[in-house]
Design a protein around this ligand. Structure first.
Ligand code: KG4
Ligand code: ZN
Length: 379
């Protein structure tokens, strides 16, 4: 049975809305992307060197209606018409999102109720002020159109994003690796919705380390893609690093990570030496390789201990071509399928939230009562 999901993502500095047509149920889900609208605020946060929560909240509030309209239009679901609703009730829901309420009261009455089965929204983890905008928006739309809503865990969204392309090689039990700006976690996945965290970072997340080291090298936020560009150039031009960086916890007997020492090593090296532009590219390369050595070693260790039938690696950092390639080599040597998101779906987006929302909705595993932001919600 065809299910159409409208999805909303506002956990950090990307505002995103998508429309997906989903089939196949939890056992063999398939997804067709019907509408996709994403606005990255990264440039606006760049001058602060990282995400500034109140700016993120304001931007989400201003961008959601234009993005909703774009996604619905693309999906052929925006039809002129009329919708009536209790304005006081919606004003109550959106009392803290003034700009959004105003835009909604202009847009929604002029279109017909779209043919959508469920509204999926990220409720955590993430920045709470940012999460609330998406949550209240979903509550308002679901009230106006009388459509059920599904609470989605952002990390589950990242993992489910791998089903966009390679779903045939997914086999349970699987090992999941989520690497983003806020998370670095290894989880055993018995099946969808059943997770056991076996390792995580004790300090900085991998993406966070990329962002901080980029800043030290005077590269703009977000730093991951910038470091990766420099590292690639260094590799192509055989530029070596003038320094050797540590591989923290690479031989530890657990599945935890630590990246703050690596970051600090870069900081001290830059403080104590003058490096040329070329040498800095070499450092970016050494940093990327150090991170990748640790990641591949840790995943190998977890594979040997838990014997998963497949491995999922997802999250913003998995947009990194070098890390993808090295992980592919590692898992090939273990003879286990590796599932990665398409590069475009590695960083935050609403498509993955719609995909995870469908798995929850089709299994009736959704929460309709507690729709509060859960900043630190774990898997
Ligand atoms: O998943 P995501 O978009 O947002 C969070 O949920 O945090 O991940 C963003 C993180 C940032 O730290 C960014 O620097 C990093 O992913 N990132 C990368 C690359 N592209 C994005 N890190 C390394 N290499 C990349 N190509
Ligand atoms: Zn993310």
């Amino acid at each position: 049975m065809k299910t159409t999901i409208l999805s909303i993502e506002t956990s950090c500095d990307e505002t995103a809305v998508a429309v997906l047509e989903c089939n196949g149920g939890i056992k063999s889900p398939t997804f067709q992307l019907k509408g996709n609208a994403l606005y990255s605020q990264a440039e606006k946060h760049a001058e602060f060197g990282g995400v500034y929560p109140s700016l993120a909240k304001r931007e989400h509030s201003q961008n959601l209606i234009p993005l909703l309209s774009k996604a619905l239009k693309e999906a052929g679901l925006e039809t002129k018409g009329s919708t009536t609703y209790n304005i006081d009730e919606i004003s109550g829901i959106l009392e803290r999102e003034e700009a959004l309420l105003k835009a909604l009261n202009t847009y929604i009455p002029s279109i017909s109720r779209p043919d959508i089965d469920a509204i999926a929204v990220t409720v955590g983890p993430g920045l709470e002020p940012a999460l609330w905008v998406g949550i209240n928006f979903a509550r308002a739309l679901s009230t106006i159109w009388d459509i059920p809503r599904v609470a989605v865990n952002h990390l589950e969204g990242h993992m489910v994003s791998v089903l966009a392309e390679e779903r045939n090689s997914l086999q349970f039990p699987a090992l999941g690796f989520v690497v983003s700006g806020g998370h670095t976690e290894l989880v055993c996945i018995e099946k969808w919705f059943e997770y056991e965290t076996i390792g995580r970072t004790r300090d900085d997340a991998v993406g966070e380390a990329f962002d901080k080291v980029a800043r030290m090298l005077d590269l703009p936020y977000p730093g991951g893609p910038e470091i990766s560009k420099w590292a690639q150039e260094a590799r192509e031009n055989s530029i070596d690093s003038p320094i050797e960086l540590p591989r923290p916890m690479i031989t530890s007997n657990d599945h935890d990570f630590s990246f703050s020492g690596l970051k600090t090593a870069v900081l001290y090296a830059l403080r104590d030496n003058e490096f040329s532009h070329e040498e800095k590219k070499g450092i970016a390369r050494e940093f990327e390789e150090a991170v990748t050595d640790v990641i591949t070693k840790k995943i190998s260790g977890a594979v040997e201990e838990y014997n998963p039938k497949s491995v999922i690696a997802a999250g913003g950092v998995m947009a990194n071509t070098y890390i993808r390639t090295r992980l592919e080599e590692t898992l090939a040597s273990h003879n286990i399928p590796l599932l990665l998101p398409p590069q475009k779906l590695a960083t935050d987006n609403a498509v993955m939230i719609g995909m995870a929302g469908y798995l929850r909705y089709t299994s009736k595993e959704y929460i309709t009562t507690d729709f509060s932001a859960r900043g630190t919600w774990s898997l």
